[in-house]
Design a protein around this ligand. Sequence first.
Ligand SMILES: [Zn+2]
Length: 278
Amino acid sequence: MRRRRFVIGASLSLTAPPAWAQDKPVRFSVTGAMEQGSLALGSAPPGSQVALDGRPLHVLPDGRFAFGFAPDQTAAALVTVRYPDGAGDSRSFTPTVRQYEIQRVNGLPQNTVTPPPEVKARIAREAEEIFLARVRDTGGSDFLSGFDWPAPGIESGVFGSQRIDNGVPVSPHYGVDMAAPVGTPIHAPADGTVSLSADHYLNGGFTLLDHGQGVSTSYLHQSKRLVKAGDAVRRGQLIGHIGQTGRATGPHLHWAMNWFQVKLDPSRSTRKPKPDPL
Ligand SMILES: [Zn+2]
């Protein structure tokens, strides 16, 4: 951990702090799993300005903020805070490196592993829709109270694994798979707003929830979607049913989390143990 102070009180008097006091802890904190692909939550004095690697972050009135570590990030994230009194601190946070698995998945519909040319434009359009939904920078605070598991199920796929689908290496698996029968209810893991709800070629029945400050979660392969773009949802609300639509070998929920375009492991932001499979 590096620590720098860039503003030190200008008034030197008999009450000036002794030299050792300059080593005192910074006046902000960052918590979370602090590993690759995890959401980090920060807290600074109310009224502070915060930057991540020089880019300003949204800060709630109470001083709290969020950012994410990329799945392959090895560089430190530099958090700089300017306090309301004009002083400031900065500190870098290096994510713990994770070892990701290799997962071979066979039996996928071949037209979802190597999609026919005529659906390429549709896939690109749907990917762009999702990209744009994740660009949105709403100042909400729904991410603050943590996330519940959205459905029961057997965890059949973990975050970050290198995927080899029907023998073809594809992009890593950025989500948690929960296998459960078709029709198993999916509940919102936290309050949020529906940014996108649509039937996609690869994702199947797809819903994206915005939880504020770039934090979003998404739900893939649903047999039924029960909310639409613009809806406000409450923690625990039924939002859809588990299915086997899109690129899937069996009924399961693919649950993903993002900080803007940074892919995160939602299992690292849950506040309770996973429910037992049905
Ligand atoms: Zn998945």
